[in-house]
Structure formats: structure tokens, C-alpha cells
Ligand binder design. Structure first.
Ligand code: FE
Length: 252
């Protein structure tokens, strides 16, 4: 499984694990943050990648300890393998309080159920080996209980499905306009509303961001590219803005 280092200052590392070519399953990125030998894996994925992501994570931790799983929302490409992760590591898993009673339907053993922790709607800070990671509300983008992680040391904003792109063969966006075709359709249909997007942009513009790293497809690197993406989000009509007309009885 190829990995790319996004940031490394010795005590703090941000690593992207890429997963390409799984037939019908949507391409997904797994992200690992390591601080002082403590690790957090973000959106660790489903059963198809579980074994490889687990062994790669263990290798990248270099004897360190996996402390947390972060689940941005409840989709199967994110939470399906949670039980495996909790059974084979000592990590706690964090997900929206809206989903803590639904994720166990993927088959959480009683033994590990108590290690699935609820993130309140307003977000929170998670202490990873002394690094304060910010958990930001991103509700309705696309899930009604949805969170992003901002890492103030590497200045990476992990944006889950927001910024996702499908079908391109590069991992970093070089030409924003040419990239639009890979994300426009997904955002218009999966993201719930332009109003939610505008409110989210207002919040994240207060942060110093070097990289926006989504869970699917290519990342946005550098202040200029980050700004292009945020400006695009601010004006995008999506979800209910566009699809009110779909509420029609189906015709035979
Ligand atoms: Fe999703």
C-alpha cells in the first residue's frame, strides 16, 4: 500500500495511505497522524482494506501505540471494520453522538462497545500524545452528524467527504479548473445544502490551512489551492438547493 508523508518534524508526522483499484468499492484514502509515538487513524475504511491498513499503520507507528480511530461519519467505507480495529488494538474510536448507537450494527463486540466514544455536536479537542487536535462540526456535509479534524501542527484540515474527487489518477490537485469535473457531480448530489457549505467556509477561514485532505481522491496543497477550494465551496449550489424537483412520484 503506497504511503505519502504530508508532514514530518521528527515528533509529529502526517501520513496518507492510498488505496487504489478495488473494483466496485470507491477509492478511499486513509490518514494517520502520529505525535510522540501516539497514533490516530482517520476514516480507517472497510473490510477490503482492513488487513493492509492495519499492518501498514503498525509499521508506520514504529513501535508507537495506536490511540484513536476517528470516524468522520457513519458510511460503510469508514466504519465497517471498526470492530476489527477495536479488537486488535487498544484504541478508542470517536464518532458523532448521532451515530454511536448505529455503528454497533456493523457488529461491535460487547467487549469493545464502551470504546466507541461520542463527539458532541459542537465538536471538541482530542489530545494525541500532547497534540491538541481540533474536531470541527461539518454537519450535513454530507452526513447530518459529520466532523472534520484540523491539525494545528501540520496545518492539515482533514475534510472527510468534502473535497472528495473520483476518477482522477493523481493525488494532489495541480490545476483546479481541470479538477472540477472529478468533484462537481459528487458534491452537487451528496452535499446537503449550499447554506451548510457557506457556514462551514466561514468557520474554516479562521484557520491557518496548508493542506485540505479529503477521504477520497486528490488533496489541495498550498494556501492558494486551499483558497480556490473554499471559494468554490462558498458559491456551490448543491443538495436541496438543486434537487427539490426530485420529490415527485415516480412514473412507470
Ligand atoms: Fe460518506
Amino acid at each position: 500500500m503506497p504511503s505519502t508523508v504530508l508532514f514530518d518534524n521528527g515528533e509529529h508526522r502526517n501520513i496518507l495511505l492510498e488505496d487504489y483499484g478495488h473494483g466496485l468499492a470507491v477509492q478511499a484514502n486513509q490518514h494517520l497522524i502520529v505525535h510522540n509515538g501516539r497514533g490516530m487513524i482517520l476514516d480507517p475504511g472497510g473490510h477490503k482494506v482492513y488487513n493492509r491498513v492495519l499492518s501498514e499503520t503498525t509499521a508506520l507507528l514504529k513501535g508507537g501505540k495506536l490511540q484513536y480511530l476517528f470516524l468522520s461519519h457513519q458510511d460503510p467505507d469508514i466504519v465497517a471494520a471498526t470492530n476489527g480495529w477495536l479488537m486488535t488494538t487498544d484504541a478508542d474510536a470517536w464518532c458523532s453522538a448521532l451515530w454511536t448507537r448505529f455503528v454497533p450494527h456493523f457488529g461491535l463486540d460487547r467487549l469493545v462497545e464502551s470504546r466507541l466514544k461520542a463527539i458532541p455536536d459542537a465538536g471538541m479537542f482530542i489530545d494525541l500524545g500532547g497534540a491538541d487536535l481540533m474536531v470541527l462540526p461539518a454537519h450535513y456535509l454530507h452526513s447530518c452528524g459529520n466532523f472534520h479534524v484540523y491539525d494545528p501542527i501540520s496545518k492539515v484540515l482533514y475534510s472527510g467527504d468534502l473535497g472528495a474527487s473520483l476518477g482522477q489518477d493523481y493525488i494532489q490537485v495541480a490545476d483546479f479548473d481541470a479538477h472540477l469535473r472529478y468533484m462537481e457531480g459528487f458534491h452537487k448530489r451528496y452535499m446537503a445544502s449550499g447554506r451548510a457549505l457557506k457556514a462551514w467556509v466561514r468557520m474554516v477561514r479562521q484557520l491557518d490551512i496548508e493542506i485540505i485532505a479529503p477521504q477520497h481522491g486528490a488533496l489541495f496543497k498550498g494556501k492558494e489551492m486551499v483558497d480556490r477550494f473554499l471559494t468554490w465551496c462558498e458559491q456551490l449550489e448543491c443538495g436541496i438547493d438543486l434537487y427539490e424537483g426530485l420529490y415527485q412520484l415516480p412514473q412507470k
